[in-house]
Every structure is written in structure tokens, then in C-alpha cells.
Design a protein around this ligand. Structure first.
Ligand code: SF4
Ligand code: SF4
Ligand code: FES
Length: 257
């Protein structure tokens, strides 16, 4: 089979005022990813097509868009996953406001990041003298693979079609951050009055999540967001809110560690 063929692309073009899909017939070479083809469209027939990208290696998280309705990284979506006859439709992330063409305003996510209280160093332990068990390090390591592409935030039905939920719901990426800090054996937020699993529920909208796992399915880093962060966080929120003995036990264990 030929290594060069022509593919049918439909790309959303427009801005905050509105827009629509534009058709392109574009050359595709063996081994290319969708971002290569978008760049060819830009280089040949639509020089002003706006697309955000940086690393082209799945690490910067900036080329997020929707390909045939599924949130994906354009640089990590191989053309070979589509049949040559298929029309490939590329649209901007649906949960965030469009700036232009494929570029969206993702500042919602930065606002939510700022709402999560930072790590609180343990009192009486000098910086550099922190010690953690390897299993605790490994648990949070999974969450720290996040490249902040916001595909999980885009796909979550709580905000995808419900702008009105954005005020109360932090989204999977930032609930995962709360979970990571809540699991951190050295985090002393509770001593300052911030019980993280309870604030997840009260301040970050954990109760909106009905564990559909759609966020996990689109994560390019294969982080098990729902199973390893959100469900354990929900369990701890219930334990700590309704069972004072569990809450007390967790405080005693922390002090004795
Ligand atoms: S599991 Fe929760 S956070 Fe993830 S997509 Fe479903 S509702 Fe959203
Ligand atoms: S958790 Fe996964 S999908 Fe969500 S922002 Fe991080 S890397 Fe992207
Ligand atoms: S360009 Fe960096 S993740 Fe795609």
C-alpha cells in the first residue's frame, strides 16, 4: 500500500463569536500523527489556523483537542488508528471557551489549581530531613505523571455540558491533587484545620463525581484517576465526616509516625 495518501479532514474554525467546520483534503505520510497533518494544513492552505502545541512528544499537555469527538493529544494520535477512507474531524476542547480555531482558554483549570491548599510541611521536621516509606512515594508517583493536558477535565460530564457546575466542581485533575495530598504521610494540613478529604467534598465538589471513569479512559498518562484517587478520597471523606473514631485514629497514627 502507498505510503502517501490523501485524507479528508474537517477542522473547526472560528472564535468566541462562532464558527464552523471547514473541509480539507490533505496529504498524509506513513508514520504521521494528527498534529503533523494539522501542521501541513497550516503550511499549505490555512496559514492562520490556530493550534496550540509545544513538545510534540506527549509531555507538555498543550495540543489537547477533540478528534472525532474524543478528547485526545493531537501529537500522540497516530493517523494509522483511522481508516484511510474516514473523515477526521478536529474540534476544540468542548468544556472550555474557544479563543480561536483549536485553541481554548483553559484558565478555569488554573483557577481550580489555586483553590487547592498547598502541602503543609510537618512541624518540627527540618527541610531535608523528611522521610517517607517507599510505598507512599510510589502511590503519589502515579499522580505526579500528570502533564496537565486537561483532557480529563474536558471529558468529565459534570462540567462538559454544565457550565453552571464549574463554580462548585474542581474536576478530576484537581480532586486527584487533593487525594495525593491527603495520602501524603507528611502533609500537616489537618493540624491547620484543613481536613483534605472533607474539603474535597465541601469545597471541591467531590460529591458531583459519580465514578463513571470517563476521565481515566482519556488520560494519556494512563493514570487510574477514578480507582486510585477519587474512590479512595470518597471513602475517606465518608469515614472522616461520619466516624469520629476513624478521624481520631488517623490523627494519632500521624503523630506516632
Ligand atoms: S469519574 Fe468522576 S471525575 Fe471522572 S469523569 Fe466520571 S464523574 Fe467526572
Ligand atoms: S490526569 Fe491525565 S488527563 Fe488529566 S490532566 Fe493529568 S495527564 Fe491529562
Ligand atoms: S505537543 Fe506537547 S503534548 Fe502534544
Amino acid at each position: 500500500m502507498s505510503t502517501v495518501y490523501e485524507a479528508a479532514f474537517r477542522v473547526w474554525r472560528g472564535d468566541a463569536a462562532g464558527g464552523g467546520l471547514t473541509d480539507f483534503a490533505v496529504e498524509v505520510h506513513d508514520g504521521e500523527v494528527v498534529l503533523d497533518v494539522v501542521h501541513r494544513i497550516q503550511a499549505t492552505v490555512a496559514n492562520d489556523l490556530a493550534v496550540r502545541w509545544n513538545c510534540k512528544a506527549g509531555k507538555c499537555g498543550s495540543c489537547s483537542a477533540e478528534v472525532n469527538g474524543r478528547p485526545r493529544l493531537l501529537c500522540m494520535t497516530r493517523m494509522s488508528v483511522f481508516s484511510r477512507e474516514e473523515t477526521i474531524t478536529i474540534t476544540p476542547l468542548r468544556a472550555f471557551p474557544v479563543i480561536r480555531d483549536l485553541v481554548t482558554d483553559v484558565s478555569f483549570n488554573y483557577a481550580k489549581a489555586r483553590e487547592v491548599a498547598s502541602f503543609v510541611p510537618p512541624p518540627g521536621v527540618a527541610a531535608g530531613a523528611y522521610r517517607m516509606r517507599q510505598e507512599d512515594v510510589e502511590r503519589s508517583q502515579e499522580f505526579r505523571k500528570c502533564i496537565e493536558c486537561f483532557l480529563c477535565q474536558d471529558t468529565c460530564h459534570v462540567v462538559r455540558d454544565h457550565e453552571e457546575n464549574k463554580t462548585a466542581f474542581a474536576g478530576p485533575r484537581f480532586l486527584m491533587r487533593v487525594a495525593e495530598l491527603d495520602m501524603h504521610p507528611l502533609d500537616a494540613a489537618a493540624e491547620t484545620g484543613v481536613e483534605r478529604s472533607v474539603t474535597a467534598q465541601d469545597d471541591h465538589g467531590l460529591g458531583y463525581c459519580n465514578i463513571t471513569k470517563c476521565c481515566t479512559e482519556v488520560c494519556p498518562e494512563h493514570i487510574r484517576i477514578t480507582d486510585n484517587a477519587l474512590i479512595p478520597l470518597k471513602e475517606r471523606a465518608v469515614d472522616r465526616k461520619y466516624d469520629p473514631l476513624v478521624w481520631l485514629g488517623s490523627r494519632i497514627r500521624r503523630r506516632g509516625a
